[in-house]
Design a protein around this ligand. Structure first.
Ligand SMILES: *Cc1c(COP(=O)(O)O)cnc(C)c1O
Length: 376
């Protein structure tokens, strides 16, 4: 039997960049500045340049990037933070950890991104109830496609909300010709190994156009320090990225643009062969996805589970992002106001992610398509 397809192939990627990776790691082993070594500043400059942002501050994870962005705004008890119900748990966990209340918003049934009309309704509801102060909105660029940032920004301006782009799945994606990184007041991304740009451990970054905000992010990631290490100005955290991860990301950045192109090419092949047989999310106009995830939508939960089993039997791994909308998770039940969010609830039953990574061969893509079509 033909060997199974890989959902993600970090070994194949490593083989492509082995000499550069070795050179980068050996440089760190030689200088031994394992925390905030020179590679960290080099990476921050390279990442800011890549996405066109004025400032980049690397941190220990995507989750910590979100947390630092909210801490910098002083968001906490009594504050409402609006975010989509159909996302990874980290988006909602962070406001709760800080004592704020996540307010779940439904997603657009075509693009699966946070629905700006529903967002406006939720903000109005929270204002009318008068118990919480609407403070911020976290938009998520789900699966790598940009959220509707012009609509989110317009609403945020009217309602005086701070905007955070949870760009964990979409670093490198672009909207109207601009890479994500400047669409919101703060942009938070993740370098978890399975993200489009992944480290060999945890890592993340924040982007902002505002120099004072960037300085605050730097202070918060190192225990709220001031101009010297032993001046503590505010409550911060230990949220730095380590130098070895920065070195790994610098090596990976040399091939990132090619990898993005490879992912886009694979997505186009899937679209061409599968687009008429299964439902796929609508593509956001005038945008480029980072293709962190290639999702299809089956008619119902039973059909989704049948498809997943059939693909598994043919050596094709799949994943379900996300099997439960966040407002139905036990951790968020008490924070949620009980609203039903029908689109998120429906997607969780029908969604299925197919393999997509830069080392997937055309033959493997064809195999995945054949298997999906045989079972659709
Ligand atoms: C992965 C992810 C995060 C968290 O990133 P970590 O680096 O794992 O902490 C946050 N939000 C979304 C949407 C993600 O996919």
């Amino acid at each position: 039997m033909t060997p199974p397809v890989a959902f993600l192939d970090l070994k194949a990627q490593q083989a492509r960049i082995a000499p550069e990776m070795r050179r980068r790691l050996e440089a760190v082993l030689a200088h031994c500045q394992f925390v905030l070594g020179p590679e960290v500043a080099e990476l921050e400059a390279a990442l800011a340049d890549f996405c066109g942002a004025a400032h980049c501050v690397t941190v220990s994870s995507g989750t910590d990037a979100l947390q630092i962005a909210l801490m910098a705004e002083g968001i906490g008890r009594g504050d409402a933070v609006f975010l989509p119900a159909f996302t990874y748990t980290a988006t909602a966990e962070v406001p709760l950890v800080l004592g704020a209340t996540p307010v779940f918003v439904d997603v657009d049934p075509r693009t699966f991104q946070i629905d700006p009309a529903h967002l406006a309704g939720r903000v109005a509801e929270i204002r009318a109830a008068g118990r919480l102060r609407p403070r911020a909105v976290i938009g998520v660029d789900l699966f790598g496609q940009p959220a509707d940032w012009p609509a989110i920004a317009a609403l945020a301006a009217r309602e005086n909300l701070f905007t955070i782009d949870d760009c964990a799945q979409s670093f490198g994606a672009a909207l109207h010709g601009n890479r994500l990184g400047t669409a919101a007041d703060a942009t938070a991304t993740s370098f978890f190994p399975s993200k489009p740009l992944g480290a060999y451990g945890d890592g993340g970054a924040l982007f902002t156009e505002n120099a004072d905000r960037a300085a605050l992010f730097r202070s918060l990631r190192t225990h709220g320090e001031g101009t010297t290490r032993y001046e503590v100005l505010r409550t911060g955290m230990n949220g730095r990225m380590d130098t070895l991860q920065a070195a790994i990301l610098l090596a990976k950045l040399t091939v990132f643009a090619e990898e993005m192109a490879a992912r886009a090419r694979i997505a186009a092949m899937y679209d061409r062969r599968l687009g008429n047989a299964v439902a796929i999310p609508a593509r956001v106009p005038d945008s480029q996805s980072a293709w962190a995830i290639y999702a299809i939508l089956l008619p119902d939960e039973a059909a989704r589970d049948r498809m997943q089993s059939a693909l598994r039997a043919s050596g094709i791994p799949t994943a379900i992002y996300y099997p439960r909308p966040l407002h139905h998770q036990p951790a968020y039940r008490d924070a949620h106001d009980g609203r039903s969010l029908p689109v998120s609830e429906d997607l969780a039953k029908r969604i299925l992610a197919l393999p997509i990574h830069p080392d997937l061969t055309d033959d493997e893509v064809a195999r995945v398509c054949d298997a999906v079509l045989a079972n659709a």
